[in-house]
Design a protein around this ligand. Structure first.
Ligand SMILES: NC(=O)C1=CN([C@@H]2O[C@H](COP(=O)(O)OP(=O)(O)OC[C@H]3O[C@@H](n4cnc5c(N)ncnc54)[C@H](OP(=O)(O)O)[C@@H]3O)[C@@H](O)[C@H]2O)C=CC1
Ligand SMILES: Nc1nc2c(ncn2[C@@H]2O[C@H](COP(=O)(O)O)[C@@H](O)[C@H]2O)c(=O)[nH]1
Length: 327
């Protein structure tokens, strides 16, 4: 791999502005059969999303993916969302009982609009078999498969029938895969995204490592149709993590899906727990993301997200923050 870089090493180069106001710029994205307000999806993790957050996002035309860690609630979740006229977007694993679950949905005539196969090492026969199983029993569901970090993996999962692939092995804020195994895209996630996007013929979700709103525009530039974000969504009032007070300041817990806290045991642990600063209402962050992305589109010299995909960029090797912090 040549030209390895990450989010903080890149600056996008402005093109001539064609709008009078940033409000003219449209951040919406069509992903599968639906159009959403932002190319952003909160991570399908237990401290990021629950039924209430999912409903809020769907009602307000944001994409969401419900996590898979309360498997027994998934059937009622899909029914509830459909009863409210909302899309159902769920996650599955690859263990034996997940095959039965997919068949159960088919027997109940319940088709989630989106199903995400959510495992750590998605370039595997287990995921390929699950894609094929879903496509056999629920052919109308849009299947997102991951996570992967190579063009070979993207090609194989697409070939197996995935409608989108999710790229990112180990760049997450609560991830310790890179430390415990020595593998992953941590530290070069943006370059890995570009590498994968060149091979992809279907949409890619860039997953993990987003630390600023500008990183969303950079992900779009390097080939993402959608960007999955955990840590930036962990500190909200609505975030399911427990709230704690320390030295008069409020924090919310954020833990990895492969952490001991999630698994309830110390086996194959590849995630940790941390506390992020409380930051008020979820909608405030979504609104700020939209405004920042509208601004990105204006700097790209366009009125739509697509304008970002073709801008020039420079590699500035770890210098863009220049000691500054965003908060
Ligand atoms: N994006 C990322 O970088 C990472 C994300 N995660 C998240 O953590 C959660 C748990 O993930 P995961 O452990 O995959 O889910 P599961 O615990 O559901 O494991 C899925 C299946 O894959 C097997 N498996 C897991 N890792 C490997 C591997 N490296 N090689 C071969 N087989 C493997 C498991 O068996 P067995 O346990 O017996 O090996 C199990 O049968 C998911 O939500 C995932 O997204 C976890 C790590 C990295
Ligand atoms: N290696 C691990 N990765 C994990 C774990 N739990 C979640 N994740 C991944 O992180 C992103 C979110 O990243 P962030 O930088 O935005 O916080 C998430 O979508 C997963 O792909 C874990 O336990 N280990």
């Amino acid at each position: 791999m040549e030209n390895v870089f990450d989010y903080e090493d890149i600056q996008l180069i402005p093109a001539k502005c064609i709008v009078e106001s940033r409000s003219e710029c449209d951040t919406s994205v069509t992903f599968g059969k639906h159009t959403f307000k932002l190319p952003v999806v909160p991570a399908n993790m237990q401290t990021i999303i629950d039924e209430k957050v999912a409903t809020y996002l769907a009602e307000n035309k944001y994409f969401y993916i419900m996590h898979r860690f309360n498997p027994e609630t998934r059937v009622s979740f899909i029914k509830d969302m459909h009863a409210k006229g909302l899309i159902a977007s769920i996650s599955v694993g690859v263990k034996e009982e997940e095959y039965d679950f997919v068949e159960e949905l088919a027997q109940l005539d319940l088709t989630p609009e989106y199903i995400t196969i959510d495992i750590a090492h998605g370039h595997s026969n287990a995921v390929i078999r699950m894609i094929q199983h879903i496509k056999t029993h629920l052919p109308e569901s849009f299947v997102i498969a991951g996570n992967v970090g190579t063009p070979e993996a993207v090609r194989e999962l697409e070939h197996a029938g995935a409608d989108a692939t999710k790229v990112g092995i180990g760049p997450g804020k609560v991830c310790i895969t890179k430390i415990k195994t020595g593998f992953g895209t941590g530290g070069w996630q943006l370059a890995a995204l570009r590498w994968c996007a060149k091979a992809a013929t279907k949409p890619i979700i860039a997953d993990g490592g987003i630390r600023t709103h500008g990183d969303i525009a950079k992900s779009v530039r390097f080939g993402a149709s959608m960007v999955m974000i955990g840590s930036l969504f962990a500190g909200h009032e609505e975030s399911p993590g427990t709230i704690v007070e320390q030295d008069g300041k409020l924090f919310k817990e954020y833990f990895g899906s492969a952490s001991e806290f999630q698994k309830g045991e110390k086996k194959n642990v590849e995630g940790k727990k941390m506390f992020v600063q409380y930051k008020g209402a979820l909608q405030d962050t979504l609104t700020e993301m939209e405004q920042d992305l509208q601004s990105s589109i204006s700097y790209a010299g366009g009125t739509k997200l697509e304008a970002i995909r073709t801008v020039d960029y420079v590699v500035v090797k770890n210098s863009i923050f220049n000691g500054d912090k965003t908060y």
